[in-house]
Write a protein that binds this ligand. Sequence first.
Ligand code: HEC
Ligand code: HEC
Ligand code: HEC
Ligand code: HEC
Ligand code: HEC
Ligand code: HEC
Ligand code: HEC
Ligand code: HEC
Length: 414
Amino acid sequence: MEWDSFKSVFIAIVIAGALVVGAFFIQAQRPDVATQQPSPEMVKATGKCASCHRRETAAIVEEYERSEHAKEGTTCLDCHQPQDGQESFDHRGFTLAKSLTSKNCSQCHAEQNRQFLRSRHAAPAWAAVQGSTDFSREQIEFAEKYHGGAVARPANKLAQLEGQAATEVGCQGCHNIGKPNPDGSIGSCTQCHGRHEASVKLAREPRTCGQCHMGPDHAQIEIFEESKHGVLFETDGDEYNMDAEPEELTVSDMPSPTCTTCHMSGQEGLSVTHNVSERLSWYLFAPVSEKRPSYAENQAEMKQTCNNCHTAQHTDRYFEDAERVVQATNEKVNNYMSIVDSLRAEGHLTPTPFDESLEFEIFDYWHYYGRTAKHGAFMGGPDYVQWHGNYELLSRFVHLKEKAKELRSHGSSD
Ligand code: HEC
Ligand code: HEC
Ligand code: HEC
Ligand code: HEC
Ligand code: HEC
Ligand code: HEC
Ligand code: HEC
Ligand code: HEC
């Protein structure tokens, strides 16, 4: 063979090879699951939906196609068809549910739903804003078994004062993670999971939790980002195997933790849970923190997560320090509140909540600064223990004492 023709044959082979490899990559990146699934059900349901929705709502079909659901053959209709108790509507030859709830997911993921219902993410989260009125008697009884006093309570006073328009988009925008649905189920799984994306990778991202767990009253995402864990994740996280199967997750998949590693994941054989309350030993959100009823068990479980990566001595020392911050904060809040109580008893404050500017300061004392100090101590945020926490606790205590002196020198208000 002449050199020139050998060269052109060689080039042709290289080009053909590149095309095959290229086509394979395009195929691998953009699997056309919706319209090319082998199963007849998939073609019948998803294929039809996708043939229109690729035009109408392209992003949704795109997200779906990347999801575990598409790979496993879960169709559009599997999720969108009405379950017991759901309103429906006719849509291009299909009957669809008017709105989807955790019930649509729990038909296939009953165990995750069972665990979720035992957490404070379920009924207690909604009751924290709206009180118990939206729940059935059975729902209240069930949740009260796990979280006494967290559901059988009145609507939140601050929410009522701010009004419905503010509450619906504000408070409820986060607390609807546990909203009771008209079909009898509770909450929404897609607060953490994507509606169409469905991956454990998304759920394990700290930002997923940070959608709600942020700001001065529950600065968990800010504290995490300040912590060594947060910095490690920021630096190396893109090399972690965030997609690892929940039952098989190891420290080599994720050698430093995100929120979910400590609160939910089953790293190294620890059981994975959708009950975020399961590993907590204190009620840190409370004005004065008390131990939870299952303090010892819960704390042992959390420590087990730490001990997958640290020595037991390191973990125990860390918890002892954090618990000392809890005790010290309790003392500060108690001292502050005893002045508040005496001002109330002496008639310098009305019994009506939030009708005097001092009451906002009182609320901020424990709700912002006390909580922040406690959360910082448990999740590695010294700046939150100190400048956003204890410094404010001290300066505001001084301010209250001055204010009390001033009020007492003016005699009774009203
Ligand atoms: C013939 C085209 C077509 C088919 C087939 C189709 N859709 Fe749609 N769909 C649309 C269009 C267009 C809209 C925008 C609103 C409208 O016109 O109804 C829509 C809207 C929707 C909505 C939003 C409804 C709302 O009230 O906000 C959902 C959910 C939906 N489709 C799901 C599906 C599912 C699931 C399937 C398959 C079981 C499907 N669609 C099949 C064209 C289609
Ligand atoms: C894993 C369950 C699941 C699957 C599978 C699924 N959806 Fe959805 N979809 C949802 C949820 C949840 C919502 C939010 C509905 C709500 O809030 O009432 C939604 C909303 C929608 C909407 C309205 C959203 C908007 O932003 O306007 C459309 C349209 C839609 N889906 C189409 C589809 C199509 C087409 C498919 C298949 C290619 C599909 N869905 C597959 C769960 C699913
Ligand atoms: C940005 C999201 C977000 C908004 C908005 C929000 N919350 Fe919360 N709320 C949370 C989170 C997260 C917690 C958990 C704090 C913790 O445990 O540290 C919480 C805790 C609470 C608690 C304490 C827990 C309990 O069950 O008693 C109450 C009460 C509460 N919120 C009421 C409200 C009210 C009332 C509003 C509106 C006036 C509101 N929240 C607005 C996210 C939010
Ligand atoms: C018709 C059954 C079905 C429905 C309905 C369904 N799923 Fe799934 N889902 C599956 C199957 C099958 C898998 C793959 C096996 C597994 O991981 O459990 C899966 C996997 C998942 C995963 C793990 C993905 C991963 O990366 O491993 C998540 C998260 C998930 N589903 C969330 C949801 C949510 C949220 C809903 C409701 C909006 C829902 N699913 C509705 C069948 C379903
Ligand atoms: C849609 C908003 C929202 C998202 C997203 C969210 N949470 Fe929450 N979370 C809340 C609210 C509201 C509460 C307070 C519930 C209560 O006690 O009233 C809460 C409470 C908690 C608690 C305390 C539970 C207890 O028993 O006191 C933990 C721990 C928690 N969340 C962890 C997480 C983690 C981890 C993620 C991410 C995987 C996450 N949350 C995502 C809203 C959210
Ligand atoms: C607070 C956020 C949050 C909420 C709410 C939530 N999930 Fe998850 N989910 C996660 C996290 C995080 C993981 C991955 C845990 C891990 O690291 O292994 C997960 C994993 C899953 C998986 C994969 C399990 C497996 O073994 O493959 C399914 C299925 C699932 N969730 C379904 C649901 C359903 C159904 C609901 C509603 C009842 C729900 N989730 C509500 C955060 C959440
Ligand atoms: C290194 C492990 C670890 C990481 C990472 C972590 N937490 Fe925590 N978290 C803890 C510990 C420990 C506590 C206190 C537990 C106790 O009460 O015994 C706690 C407490 C909490 C509480 C307080 C509940 C209450 O009683 O008020 C919430 C809410 C919470 N974490 C959410 C988050 C969120 C959201 C993230 C990510 C942004 C996160 N955590 C990251 C270990 C962790
Ligand atoms: C998935 C593994 C993993 C888990 C789980 C984990 N950590 Fe870490 N942690 C690390 C790594 C890695 C470092 C960086 C250590 C180094 O540089 O040697 C670190 C650093 C720290 C540091 C800062 C270094 C130091 O000693 O001052 C503290 C404090 C800490 N972790 C406490 C905890 C506590 C408490 C828990 C449980 C609530 C926990 N960690 C859970 C992996 C983990």
